[in-house]
Design a protein around this ligand. Structure first.
Ligand code: GLP
Length: 263
């Protein structure tokens, strides 16, 4: 795991966006796994700006989103499809036919999950998966106790997750308590993972993800098994880590190696 600790949420967003822009410039037909939630919003703003300035194009990019609320059609303002259109897709030169979000309004959700998995395979797998993390360590909507080898399926949300996402819904609006989510096994098959977290709310989840045992209790901890993960966090999200000084030392040493001044 590469652990990058930055000053604040804006720096985290810029680092994440630059990482994605350089991947797309190297490989313009990349398959991106995308995330919703508050955390990636700033990063999407940076990507929109980069696209408008001509620094990157999404013309040949395919995307797969992590999850969707079961029971919400893509036209519902609180659906994750709607969120992605508003926060990114409507503002860049992507072909919407190449953007996949699990279908929350599917008559047979299990069939929709299977189709989603098949689509990922058909597109050759995910090159880079962007992740946020829940306060309880969930990735996608894989709540604690999710199988660490799970595939895309229907998952029940914890009360804590429902509460954490309440602010997206207006009063009186029905908030789903079930979801369709990429499985932990599906996520971990992405060739590269970029996890972003900001704020002290995420400190515990980040500690368990990086320093805890690999356990279904903290779904993010499975990333310890992945060979190419970058965790980008602000100081607040890093505040419970025991080995901060070592992670910062590694970053400095890697910089020296890159500059050729280490040996
Ligand atoms: C939701 C999403 C996750 C996201 C998490 C954190 O539950 N399903 O993919 O990572 O929330 O969200 P936020 O960035 O708003 O803290």
């Amino acid at each position: 795991m590469r652990i990058v600790i930055l000053e604040n949420a804006q720096a985290v967003a810029e680092f994440g966006a630059n990482h994605i822009v350089s991947l797309l410039n190297k490989q313009p037909n990349s398959v991106l796994g995308l995330a919703t939630g508050t955390t990636p919003i700033k990063l999407y703003k940076e990507l929109i700006a980069a696209n408008k300035n001509g620094h990157v194009t999404f013309k040949n990019v395919t995307t797969f989103n992590l999850d969707e609320y079961l029971g919400l059609a893509g036209t519902h303002p609180q659906s994750y499809r709607y969120f992605m259109n508003e926060q990114l897709f409507d503002h860049v030169d992507i072909n919407k036919e190449n953007t996949f979000v699990p279908d929350g309004s599917a008559a047979i959700p299990t069939a929709a999950c299977e189709e989603f998995e098949n689509n990922i395979q058909e597109k050759g797998g995910i090159d880079l998966q962007l992740l946020g993390i829940g306060r309880n360590g969930h990735i996608g909507f894989n709540e604690p106790s999710s199988s660490l080898s799970s595939r895309t399926r229907v998952k029940t949300l914890t009360e804590d997750t429902v509460n954490a996402n309440k602010h997206f819904f207006t009063e009186g609006e029905v908030q789903p308590t079930l979801s369709l989510t990429m499985g932990i096994g599906t996520i971990n098959e992405a060739r590269e993972i970029l996890l972003l977290a900001t704020g002290s709310d995420k400190a515990e989840a980040i500690k368990n993800t990086i320093e805890g045992p690999i356990a279904a209790r903290c779904p993010g901890s499975i990333l310890q098994m992945h060979q190419h993960v970058t965790v980008v966090i602000d100081k607040e999200a890093a505040s419970s880590l025991e080995d901060i000084a070592f992670y910062q030392h590694i970053e400095r040493e890697n910089k020296r190696l890159k500059e050729g001044t280490a040996l």
